[in-house]
Design a protein around this ligand. Structure first.
Ligand SMILES: [Zn+2]
Length: 293
């Protein structure tokens, strides 16, 4: 009888180990199958003076506008969705110049090449495949295609959402771009860090200053290692080197504090910083349907 009990206990032990094993191997699978796609959502003509930089201090006055997709075994996350909605321009197969009027009376000139939906499709995804949607911040050049992802779960900071749906949203916001998100399933992020898939590999990190709830995205990939997608913590690599804070930041002192915190995080983790608007750095990145893993 005793030996039977021992066998039974041993069997339960084996079963428990077996039950634990899939969780462990799922973690491993999670780590080996996460992918990061970079999409070309256009190029913006910029005036370096708005970033406290002289034309001779920057290698280009172009700002890239990338969008990113993270594919994880537990879901997908789309991070920033461009400056011009897909439906507002007609692709030609070549570069298309586009003039954008903003609600504050200013305007921007962009070059567009391929719609976000077409790039997603080439990577094998439709809008309905996107589990989570998140923006670095509410400005027009990060939210343009938001309405297309209204059925995804929006991961939002309360202060950003409040500004977006205020009676008078801030000037460089384009409320028509994201109106459909008002009724989207929304998770309000209460902590500075939000672990999107629960395994520490994809983390939204609050880095306020550019806007009140500005955030960056940390992605840990098995081959590439750690990458921080900057949002608009910096626009130009020269702003990072010369420590110039953007003139139109919501709170410039707070930007400086956030930059120090993120720089310390980069040093601690060894992660790379991808400055999203850095046209030179962005031009060197693999674009979808290729991906980082
Ligand atoms: Zn921006």
């Amino acid at each position: 009888m005793r030996s039977l009990v021992v066998v039974f206990v041993a069997t339960i032990g084996t079963l428990l180990a077996a039950c634990n094993a899939p969780t462990g191997s799922t973690e491993q699978k999670a780590a080996t199958t996460a992918k990061l796609y970079v999409f070309d959502c256009g190029t913006l003509k910029a005036d370096p003076a708005r970033f406290r930089l002289k034309p001779e201090e920057v290698s280009t006055t172009d700002l890239s506008v990338p969008c990113f997709l993270i594919v994880h075994p537990r879901g997908t996350l789309l991070w920033d969705v461009g400056a011009v909605p897909d439906g507002d321009w007609i692709p030609t197969g070549g570069p298309v110049t586009h003039h954008l009027e903003l609600p504050d009376g200013s305007s921007r000139d962009l070059t567009l090449r391929k719609r976000l939906a077409a790039q997603l499709s080439e990577a094998g995804y439709r809008a309905s495949d996107i589990t989570y949607l998140a923006f670095s911040h509410y400005h027009y050049d990060h939210t343009a295609n938001a309405n297309a992802f209204a059925s995804s779960t929006w991961l939002a900071r309360q202060v950003e959402r409040d500004a977006m749906f205020a009676d008078k949203p801030p000037g460089v916001v384009q409320p028509a771009f994201y109106a459909a998100l008002k009724t989207s399933k929304t998770v309000i992020l209460k902590d500075d860090e939000y672990d999107v898939f629960g395994d520490g590999s994809v983390i939204l990190k609050l880095a306020p200053g550019h806007t009140p709830g500005h955030q960056v995205l940390y992605v840990r990939l098995p081959r590439t290692g750690g990458v921080v997608l900057s949002g608009d913590l910096y626009h130009f690599p020269e702003a990072r080197a010369l420590k110039r804070v953007t003139l139109f930041d919501f709170d410039q002192a707070q930007t400086a504090v956030s930059r120090e915190a993120i720089e310390a995080f980069l040093t601690k983790t060894g992660a790379q910083l991808w400055i999203q608007h850095d046209a030179v750095g962005n031009s060197r990145l693999k674009k979808a349907p290729e991906y980082y893993e």
